[in-house]
Design a protein around this ligand. Structure first.
Ligand code: URP
Ligand code: ZN
Ligand code: ZN
Length: 458
């Protein structure tokens, strides 16, 4: 039976309009005023906002890091995602240094198959670029993996400048794109060693060994490499004003660079690391939280369009897992949960606080990631022919965030007690109402999304 969503405000990246939406099977078949379909089930969504399903282009589910495994696997992580309005995630299939990228991709298919409650795709995190990896790029592309991640820090994953250049150069043949974790490894290592000598190994040292200048240096290096290879590049989880200023400089030189940030860099600041014990540990992620001034600068860059996407970098650990690093911050697994809270935080603290418009919210959560990662217009827009992935948000309901109602296996949220405006009441995934009255009612319906290449103009 067709479903007719009647009377809502349909939000896109360019406008918001009062329109009905007719869904048949997994697709949207009509969007317009006063649609009638006698056989359809009519759902009154008047007074509600209808967004295209949110896309989270940066999650780490079931990932081994720091001698442990992320608290969330695809089962729990995608339940959390869809309850927060995210109908598609792009997770990082991650190559071990000595294995092939095809093997890594198979491993990620096994980790996710039949366990996912939202649609999912993969980037390939390349931990070792060599001739074998280069040869396998074509086959990985053919399987719909068109974006890659490179790390400039972390011993188990970081690439040399030579490897970074070769990886980017290889993108030219296939039309793919690389997203880069930008932090200067030498600065981090030297400052960490100093802390070890001084005996200052509490969580308070975490942001001090990863200063924003270390991010800015790595950004300038990767952008020089991208320009030398003559390719576009993505800076993932950009955290600082210094980093963004460097991006501005390179854009002025003609460099084509996309920028992603995350809610934690918009809403939380480094003061959290002064909290004692496990309280401070909750916020240990890399790059670290910055100053309030950085948060304000990043909001402005979303408004001006300098930042194209807001993803979460959801990389969750329980407090017990975090406690391994209480006596030595450098041993703590890095990352925090966020996949369930991004949409409502961006609505409350972006749109309702008038930092960004509702259309800008739609651009950074839906339209831009769909275009950048080759899924548009299947995903990222409410229009005839697109997948019926729809978030119904009731702007009149206020609430607050608490772990008690969340689906992540992390036993905390960085936003405990934070007040919210609006509530995600329903979520449709390819025409199925998977979240109803704010509750998950249908799970494990996610499908793998084979992606095409970047079509986002900047
Ligand atoms: O601390 C973080 N962000 N951990 C996840 C891995 C990464 O660097 O994206
Ligand atoms: Zn990273
Ligand atoms: Zn990440």
């Amino acid at each position: 039976m067709n479903i007719l969503l009647r009377g809502g405000t349909v939000v896109s990246g360019s406008h918001s309009k009062n329109q009905d939406v007719l869904i048949s099977g997994s697709k949207i078949i009509k969007v317009g005023r006063f649609i009638s379909d006698k056989g359809a089930k009519v759902v009154d969504v008047s007074g509600k906002l209808l967004f295209p399903g949110f896309i989270d282009a940066h999650t780490h589910f079931d990932l081994e890091v720091s001698d442990t495994v992320t608290a969330d696997d695809f089962e729990s992580g995608t339940k959390a995602a869809v309850c927060g309005g995210t109908t598609t995630i792009i997770d990082f299939a991650t190559q071990d240094k000595n294995e092939s990228i095809n093997h890594a991709l198979n491993v990620w298919h096994l980790k996710s198959f039949s366990k996912s409650s939202c649609d999912y795709a993969f980037h390939m995190a390349v931990s070792n670029f060599n001739d074998m990896v280069k040869e396998d790029l074509k086959s990985v592309f053919e399987q719909g993996v068109t974006s890659f991640k490179a790390y400039m820090t972390y011993d188990l994953m970081k690439l040399s400048d030579e490897q970074l250049f070769s990886l980017m150069d290889a993108m030219k043949e296939q039309g793919g794109i690389v997203g880069v974790h930008c932090e200067n490894d030498g600065i981090i290592k030297s400052l960490t060693n100093k802390c070890r000598q001084d005996g200052t190994l509490s969580v308070a040292s975490h942001p001090k060994v990863r200063p924003s200048i270390a991010e800015a240096e790595a950004i300038s290096r990767i952008l020089s490499i991208a320009m030398a290879a003559d390719v576009a590049v993505i800076i993932v989880h950009l955290s600082s004003k210094d980093g963004l200023k460097m991006v501005e400089q390179y854009r002025n030189k003609g460099c084509k660079v996309y920028v992603e940030t995350c809610p934690q860099y918009l809403l939380l600041d480094e003061g959290r690391y002064d909290l004692k014990g496990l309280e401070g540990a909750k916020y240990v992620c890399s790059p670290p939280l910055r100053k309030k001034e950085d948060c304000a600068y990043l909001w402005k860059a979303i408004k001006s369009g300098e930042i194209q996407t807001v993803s979460t970098d959801h990389c969750s650990f329980t407090l017990e897992q975090k406690s391994v690093g209480l006596e030595d911050f450098s041993k703590m697994p890095n990352g925090m949960p966020g996949v369930e809270t991004r949409g409502i935080l961006m609505y409350t603290y972006g749109v309702c606080k008038r930092r960004i418009s509702i259309e800008q919210m739609c651009r950074v959560l839906c339209e831009n990631p769909a275009k950048l990662y080759g899924m548009y217009p299947k995903k990222g827009i409410i229009k005839a022919g697109s997948d019926a992935d729809i978030v119904v948000l009731d702007p009149k309901v206020d609430g607050f965030i608490t772990k008690k109602t969340h689906h992540s296996k992390a036993d905390y949220t960085p936003y405990e007690g934070v007040r919210t405006k609006g509530k995600i009441t329903s979520v449709y995934l390819r025409g199925m109402e998977v979240v109803k009255d704010g509750e998950l009612v249908l799970s494990n319906k996610g499908k793998y999304v084979k992606r095409s290449t970047n079509m986002l103009e900047i």
